[in-house]
Design a protein around this ligand. Structure first.
Ligand code: ZN
Ligand code: ZN
Length: 311
């Protein structure tokens, strides 16, 4: 009895309102559970490797597009593609920054301003659900029906779609459209770049003079010396140098294009079904568990979520 009384007193001391640094007492049992600070947005430390790779690819594609390949296009296409690609890169930059800066957390989490207090980590072996009866036991708030507690961000996200490793934050109701604009602009950008490079690759063999219309080529003899970083800082390079970078960039663009196109097609499928990525994953899990249990599947869905997106 005395031990139980002490336990109860301890539980009150460590009630959910008084979150201390790890370790602290569990929400439902008298057990120690680890805790960590919730992530605010995509800028929160630590950065994810995918996020850094995404930024480097963006910078690389901007340099080769505007510095090397667009200036080689014959007029007026060099001006047209320059303007079009400029709009796409700026649009993607704004949407990308907005998607990773906007905090997609549930209003209750943002209202509590509890980002400086560690939140207990979810332990599946002790609790089957973090949210029960529209109450999150980790954030200790009442939540809406479209809320999911993200394990990576360690907070409740309203209109949860998925946790994006490329943005290093959740995509939810508040930043979904920024994510979608970023995805659409990235798809258009790599598609346009792949077309430009393919054109230059082919014309380099068929009609190299149509790529050498810049006035800086006037004093250069032969067709084997090329200029990059026109018009501001021309640097000489060989045909092989130009083609090797073109081939590598084309492969990178096609790889990105396949990933983005797959993801876009999947999100159009979700629009058509009127569901989120998370709804889709839950349906698939339910279908798979029914199949394992020998029950007929209750949900008809054949479209697979891209593997790099599944949480
Ligand atoms: Zn929560
Ligand atoms: Zn998350």
């Amino acid at each position: 009895m005395l031990a139980d009384g002490l336990s109860l007193a301890k539980m009150n001391c460590f009630s959910r309102k008084l979150r201390r640094t790890a370790p602290e007492l569990g929400s439902s049992k008298n057990e120690l559970v680890p805790s960590k600070l919730p992530r605010i947005n995509g800028w929160s430390w630590p950065l994810h490797g995918f996020q850094v790779v995404g930024w480097l690819v963006y910078i690389y594609l901007a340099i080769v597009s505007f510095g090397i390949y667009i200036p080689l296009l014959p007029p007026p296409w060099n001006h047209v593609v320059h303007a079009l690609m400029g709009i796409i890169f700026i649009l993607h930059f704004i949407a990308h920054i907005a998607a990773l800066t906007i905090d997609p957390a549930e209003a209750g989490v943002r209202a509590k301003q509890s980002y400086s207090s560690p939140v207990p980590l979810f332990d599946r072996s002790k609790q089957s659900h973090v949210i029960q009866d529209l109450h999150c036991y980790l954030c200790n708030i009442r939540v809406g029906p479209k809320v999911k507690h993200c394990a990576a961000c360690n907070k409740c996200v309203d209109g949860f779609d998925h946790h994006c490793k490329w943005l290093n934050t959740c995509v939810g109701g508040r930043n979904y459209w920024c994510f979608f604009v970023a995805l659409t602009s990235a798809t258009l950008g790599v598609l346009l770049l792949a077309i430009v490079i393919l054109f230059i690759f082919i014309q380099h063999y068929l009609d190299p003079n149509c790529l050498r219309t810049a006035p800086q080529y006037a004093g250069i003899q032969g067709n084997t010396t090329w200029l990059v970083f026109l018009p501001l800082a021309p640097v000489k390079t060989s045909s092989a140098g130009l083609l090797i970078v073109a081939f590598g960039t084309l492969m990178l663009s096609i790889t990105c294009l396949m990933m983005f196109a797959h993801l876009m097609a999947f999100h159009f499928y979700l629009f058509y079904k009127g569901i989120s990525t998370y709804d889709h994953i839950k349906m698939r899990r339910s279908k798979e568990s029914n199949i394992e249990a020998g029950k007929p599947p209750d949900v008809k869905t054949n479209n697979k979520a891209p593997k790099f997106l599944q949480t």
